[in-house]
Design a protein around this ligand. Structure first.
Ligand code: AMP
Length: 222
């Protein structure tokens, strides 16, 4: 199963991406996570990306295309992948089509996680990310046991720099301008599925499984 997750920042791509990856036993490839990792390790790429990310801007198509192209060469994508946060622009979507053709791995579905703007701001402002393992929490809807520590590894929880109000506004503006056109792009290719995320994480996950024609309960043989 080869999927991409569309939708605005705070739409739940990371949460649903991780759940789907576990359910389908395929890698969850988040370009945001890859870039944050580069920043953390202090690579050249990370340094270039940081200033853009912190202000809520996109990194260049060329940079992100190269990252994804390289990632899709790894053998763990043989049985599928979940792309989260890529593509984000039409040129990226065209590049992905080219790469998919080259590797003979067409996409099965583009899932558009729909959510209104007031809810987005609520989700993003309460979001906390583990500085150790990258797990995500939400102060009200998915609270950690201790408010400042990760339930899984105990590392401190952080508030992403680009989740600050000014950066959020910028990210939403860019989303409307650069990423929303992908909805028509994938509708034209007949692989677009809209997912209503208003009823919370579990309902959204079930809706996605239904769209993909998968059992709601994990099967023993998977
Ligand atoms: P995310 O975690 O998906 O919200 O990504 C965080 C930030 O990383 C974005 O706001 C962008 O600055 C950058 N980024 C992630 N994916 C892409 C992409 N496909 N194209 C350009 N910039 C990206």
């Amino acid at each position: 199963m080869r999927l991409i997750l569309l939708g605005p920042p705070g739409g739940g791509k990371g949460t649903q991406g991780k759940m789907l990856a576990a359910r389908l036993a395929v890698p969850h490839i988040s370009t945001g996570d890859i870039l944050r990792q580069e920043i953390e390790t202090g690579t050249d790429l990370g340094r270039k990306a940081r200033a853009l990310i912190d202000k809520g801007n996109l990194v260049s198509d060329a940079m992100i295309n190269a990252i994804v192209h390289q990632r899709l060469r790894l053998p763990d994508v043989a049985h599928g992948f979940i792309l989260d946060g890529y593509p984000r622009t039409v040129p990226q979507a065209l590049k992905l089509e080219e790469v998919n053709r080259e590797f003979h791995m067409p996409l099965d579905a583009a899932l558009d996680l729909e959510v209104d703007e007031t809810e987005l701001i609520r989700r993003i402002s309460g979001r906390r990310v583990c500085s150790g393992c990258g797990a995500t929490f939400h102060l009200t809807s998915m609270p950690p046991i201790q408010p400042t520590r990760c339930d899984h590894c105990g590392s401190p929880l952080t508030h992403r720099e680009d989740d600050a109000p000014e950066a959020i506004r910028r990210r939403l503006q860019i989303y409307r301008l650069r990423t929303q056109p992908l909805i028509d792009f994938y509708r034209d290719r007949k692989i677009l599925f809209a997912v209503d995320t208003r009823r919370g994480v579990e309902h959204t996950f079930e809706a996605i499984l239904r769209i993909l024609g998968l059992d709601l309960e994990p099967r023993e043989d998977l």
